[in-house]
Design a protein around this ligand. Structure first.
Ligand code: NAD
Ligand code: UGA
Length: 441
């Protein structure tokens, strides 16, 4: 059994730790945040991630997964140290790698010769070289520096980790790369070996390309709104081409979350640092910002002549399946509505406590039907499955107005139109109930 330390017990660190334990390794999670560590040591998870609680409980019970803040105890016993700490955006958009470098320095104080360092955090190309300089300064012999970027999504993180499309290992020496790949021996996925800088940059390229697809479809949606076409059908037509594929073509409010926004900005900064313009990346970011503003405009138009104008917002998380509200489009739109003096009533199945901390002055309701009470317009901001199955007749009866901005192209337009709703896309298209049957869901 190999002993692995995972530094940072956030989303990625916890999933990595639990899944490496599932693959048969002995895992020690090192976490510096006292309250987070206390929770973990008492068997509580600080994040919501489907399936993680089972793995966490199982491997704590087997004694294969434990947590500490004591590097001196954990690192000398470890053959691998995964760095999974946060790399937030700095004000200038660059990734702040100071937490990574600080964690590496502490690891090196206690490292035994031959330790393999594995960077899971998303870091700019060249960070591994900086880590290597720290290794040289430490004087610990035989420490290898590798990159193993993570592609998991929140909400499906366990499956993404254990059944990934690929495992990427960036290393300067073949032996170190092979050692890291062997840790994933139980996983059925191709291992793509490459240089360390390539692995680091590939992670940004991957997130930026996904964000680009979404912004591209949002650009198409804006054209559809003027040209009189249906963007969902275009997504299906375009996505049926196997060279393109159907994923990440859903237009709407755009992308949020803890990673796409910071990673697109960081890649723009990397481009600039190397004298490149990053023209596509700038446009991707601009289109994404425009979607939030456009949704606000649609809602403002819908409620403008109403006394006590009120908008209901369904969904606050940046996507379904998570309580994460970081860079969530809903929060920006709500902020604009409040600035404009429009009242907001909101619901989310699990993200309300988080939203309440950053937006305390709106109405939060445990029941989505209560959100509808007296509203002039509704925004569907997160496509939680329970919203698709609401009794829309009751919603209509409880609302004052009848406009729905479907920020995720997720609602049954035909049914809603029959109930008297006006369904708008973010781009302002009055969504049609007359689409070709072959193209309907
Ligand atoms: P997070 O903020 O949820 O967790 C980071 C954890 O590291 C925190 O608990 C923090 O207290 C801890 N930490 C920081 N410095 C430490 C130190 N010196 N010693 C011990 N603990 C320390 O972050 P995250 O979402 O898990 O992201 C981690 C990295 O993985 C980032 O680079 C991110 O871009 C990347 N990533 C995230 C996701 C995702 O879905 N969240 C997916 C792929 C990649
Ligand atoms: C994303 C990537 O999908 C992961 O591969 C990556 O590891 C991760 O970022 C990361 O680096 O942190 P995540 O942020 O969890 O994962 O969520 P996604 O499912 O990718 O969704 C991101 C955003 O795009 C959400 O706001 C979602 O609503 C939006 N989206 C997604 C669309 O607007 N349209 C789509 O077609 C798909």
């Amino acid at each position: 059994m190999t002993t692995v330390s995972v530094i940072g017990a956030g989303y990625v660190g916890l999933v990595t730790g639990a899944c490496l334990a599932e693959l048969g390794h002995q895992v020690v999670g090192i976490e510096c945040d006292r309250s987070r560590l206390a929770m973990l040591c008492s068997g509580e998870l600080p994040i919501h991630e489907p399936g993680l609680d089972e793995l966490f409980a199982k491997h704590r019970a087997f004694g294969r997964l434990c947590f500490t803040d004591d590097y001196a105890a954990a690192i000398p016993a470890s053959s691998f140290a995964f760095i999974a700490v946060n790399t937030p955006a700095r004000l200038d958009g660059r990734a702040d790698t100071s937490f990574v470098l600080a964690a590496v320095r502490t690891v090196l104080e206690y490292a035994r010769p031959g330790l393999t360092l594995v960077t899971k955090s998303t870091v700019p190309a060249g960070t591994g070289d900086e880590i290597e300089r720290l290794v040289e300064l430490s004087g610990v012999p035989g420490v290898e520096v590798t990159a193993n970027p993570e592609f998991l999504r929140e909400g499906s993180a366990i499956a993404d980790f254990l059944q990934p499309d690929r495992i990427v290992v960036g290393a300067e020496g073949a032996a170190a790369g092979t050692r890291v790949a062997q840790l994933f021996a139980g996983v059925q996925a191709p291992v793509l070996h490459c240089s360390r800088r390539t692995a680091e940059l590939a992670k940004y390229a991957s997130n930026a390309l996904l964000a680009t697809r979404i912004s591209f479809m949002n650009e198409i949606e804006a054209i559809c709104a003027r040209a009189g076409a249906e963007v969902e059908d275009i997504a299906r037509i375009v996505g049926a081409d196997r060279r393109i594929g159907p994923a990440f073509l859903s237009a709407g409010l755009g992308w949020g979350g803890s990673c796409f926004p910071k990673d697109v900005r960081a890649l723009i900064a990397t481009a600039a640092d190397h004298g490149e313009e990053g023209a596509i990346l700038h446009a991707v970011l601009r289109v994404n910002r425009r979607q939030r503003e456009a949704a606000f405009e649609r809602l403002r138009e819908a409620v403008s002549c109403r006394d006590g104008a009120t908008v209901g917002v369904l969904g606050l998380a940046f996507k379904p399946g998570t309580d994460d509200i970081r860079e969530a489009p809903a929060l920006d739109v709500i902020g604009r509505l409040i600035e404009d003096g429009i009242r907001v009533r909101a619901h989310d199945p699990i993200a309300m406590p988080n939203a309440q901390r950053s937006l305390p002055h709106i109405g939060y309701f445990e029941d989505p039907y209560e959100v509808a009470d007296g509203c002039d317009a509704l925004l569907l901001a997160t496509e939680w499955p329970e919203y698709l199955d609401l009794d829309w007749r009751t919603m209509r009866r409880r609302m004052r107005g009848a406009v729905i901005v479907d920020g995720r192209h997720a609602l049954d337009v035909e049914r809603l139109t029959a109930l008297g709703f006006t369904c708008l896309s973010v781009g302002g298209r009055r969504r049609s109930a007359q689409r070709q049957p072959a193209l309907r869901r």
